[in-house]
Structures are given as C-alpha cells and as structure tokens.
Write a protein that binds this ligand. Structure first.
Ligand SMILES: NC(=O)C1=CN([C@@H]2O[C@H](COP(=O)(O)OP(=O)(O)OC[C@H]3O[C@@H](n4cnc5c(N)ncnc54)[C@H](OP(=O)(O)O)[C@@H]3O)[C@@H](O)[C@H]2O)C=CC1
Ligand SMILES: O=C(O)[C@@H]1CCC=N1
Length: 280
C-alpha cells in the first residue's frame, strides 16, 4: 500500500537507454526521489554507470523488477517489445500496475494481447529534451485507466516538460511527427548550419556556439512572445536585406513542402510499424 506523499515506485524496463534515461534524468533533476526508481537492462556495465550517475536502483531481472512496481514504464525498441511483454505476463497476472509504454508504432491492442486485457495502459510519446526538463510528452489512455493513474502518468511526464493528452490513439503518431522525432529535425538543421559556417571559414567551435545559442534564443523568444512565429520571422527580415535573401532561397527551394513531406513520412512509418506487427 502506498504511503501518503510517497511518490509511486516506478520500474523502467530499458531504463538506461536513450529515451528512458532522459526521462529518469529529468525526473531526478525535478526532485523525484531516485530510491523510488528502478532501471532494468541487459548490459550490467551500462546499468552500473547509469546508477552511479543518477543514484537509481538497477536490475537485469525484469520479472523480479516488476514484482512490486506500482508503475511500469516500457522503453525497449519496438522490435523487441512483443517478446519482452510476453516474458512479463506471468508476473502481471492478477495485478493491475499502471503500464506506460514509450514505444513508437505499437498500438494499444498489441500490448493487451501480449500482457493481458486487464492492465491499464498509457501510451506516452516523449522526446529526449526531457533530460533537461524541456521535453514534450503526448499521452493516450487506454481502457480502464483511472483518473488517479492518469495523474500518475501526468506527474512523471509533467516533471520533465509539457504534456498533451490525445483523445484518439492516432494522435500519438501526430505527436511523433512533431515532437517525438522533432528534436532530430532541429539537430539536422543545426548540423547543416554549423557545417556551412565552417565551410565559409568560421572555426567549428565558434559555429557550434553561435548556432546553438541562436536556436535557443529563437525558441525562447517565440515562447515568451505574444505574436506568432511568422511575425517574429518577418521582424528579422529587413526589406531588401540579408535575411530576406536567405528566406527567399529556403522558400524557392521548397522548405515548407519538404518539412511537410518529412513529417508525413514520419507519421506514416509509425502506422506502417503497426501494420508490420499485425502481419507477424
Ligand atoms: N530515442 C528517442 O528520441 C525516442 C524513443 N522513443 C521510444 O523509446 C523506446 C526506446 O528507444 P531508445 O531509448 O531510443 O532505445 P535504446 O536502445 O537507447 O534503449 C533501449 C534499452 O532497452 C534495453 N533493453 C533491450 N532489451 C531489453 C530487455 N529484454 N530487458 C531490459 N532492457 C532491455 C537496452 O539495454 P541493453 O543495452 O542493456 O540491452 C537499451 O538500454 C523505443 O520504443 C522508441 O520508440 C520514444 C520517443 C523518443
Ligand atoms: O525514431 C524513432 O522511432 C523514435 C520514436 C520517436 C523518436 N525516436
């Protein structure tokens, strides 16, 4: 029985991986007690390093790890999720811990098949900036998830950034295309700017410093501003000036169509992954 004011004991399966690691790091930075977190994995060295960094408990035995967990976060790659869930099933029979899955492209129906119909399951789609508490997490609650369990999911995701609950499961694929995969789009754009600045003669370290601070500044300005991003862009573009010339090039070469097509491909890949599961 959970004591008043003690946050739930959470087990992260695949806890030292990129995504769960970012969520755990962000939660601890936000004050979540590390002793309430258990991270599992297969690589003992990686787990030990992770535990040294964050002070959380670690384990390689998933079945033992979930035995008394109130919340179980599944964060393995989609390709191994089915086998993992089926291996957990015996430990979950007759119990109803909240299961939160971070995986892209696996529908709720598959978890219900693998784990049992009785479990309350939330699909969450976070992103790696959760590590610095600047994350975004999309959330979708399956059947049987209680209001208290929604709040538990919200408490975890809300500790590391902003949250958005979607009413339809397909909304998770839209969240993937915007914020789940989105950090990689910005990193790609930054890489391109750094490479171009270096090619034009700037020292790489200077190019990195200027590019990152510009990205941060633009995002902060947009977040604190009461005008939209199109207006902020126009504020930088003096008529007949330098920015206008650069923006004209982006627009002439179809940046908006390219972005829309890439986001479409991203969401479509999530749907395709779900179809591949059905064929297995
Ligand atoms: N990366 C991202 O930006 C995002 C990822 N996601 C989702 O998060 C999930 C994890 O992705 P990501 O963190 O990038 O992948 P990683 O490969 O970094 O992490 C997965 C972890 O799972 C562990 N693992 C594999 N098999 C088992 C097992 N049987 N038992 C316990 N642990 C196991 C691995 O540990 P070991 O090395 O010890 O085997 C590894 O640390 C995916 O489903 C992905 O769709 C969602 C949103 C964003
Ligand atoms: O690329 C992927 O499949 C995962 C899901 C969202 C971000 N990374």
């Amino acid at each position: 029985m959970q004591q008043a004011n003690v946050p739930p004991k959470i087990v992260f399966i695949g806890g030292a991986g990129n995504m769960a690691g970012a969520v755990i790091g962000g939660m601890i930075a936000a004050g979540y007690p590390p002793e309430q977190i258990l991270a599992t994995g297969r690589d003992t060295r990686k787990l030990a390093d992770f535990s040294t960094r964050w002070g959380v408990a670690i384990a390689t035995d998933n079945l033992q790890a979930v035995a008394d967990a109130e919340v179980i976060v599944l964060s393995v790659k989609p390709q191994v999720m089915g086998a993992l869930c089926q291996s957990l099933r015996p430990a979950l029979a007759g119990r109803e811990p909240l299961v939160i899955t971070l995986a892209a492209g696996i529908p709720l129906a598959a978890y219900r098949r693998w784990l049992g119909e009785h479990l309350p399951i939330v699909r969450a789609m976070p992103n790696t900036p959760s590590l610095v508490q600047a994350g975004v997490t999309g959330l979708y609650a399956g059947p049987g998830v209680t209001q208290a369990q929604r709040q538990q999911a919200e408490q975890i995701a809300g500790a590391v950034g902003i949250t958005l609950w979607v009413e339809e499961e397909s909304g998770i694929d839209q969240v993937i295309a915007v914020s789940g995969s989105g950090p990689a789009y910005y990193f790609l754009f930054m890489e391109a700017m750094i490479d171009a600045a270096e090619a034009a003669g700037m020292a790489r370290a200077d190019a990195e410093r200027l590019t990152l601070q510009t990205a941060l500044g633009a995002a902060k300005l947009a977040q604190s501003s009461d005008v939209d991003v199109a207006r902020l862009r126009r504020n930088v573009m003096s008529p007949g000036g330098t920015t206008e010339r650069a923006i004209q090039r982006f627009q002439r070469d179809g940046l908006d169509k390219l972005v829309a097509a890439a986001m479409h491909d991203c969401a479509e890949r999530a749907a395709e992954m779900a179809r591949e599961l059905d064929r297995d």
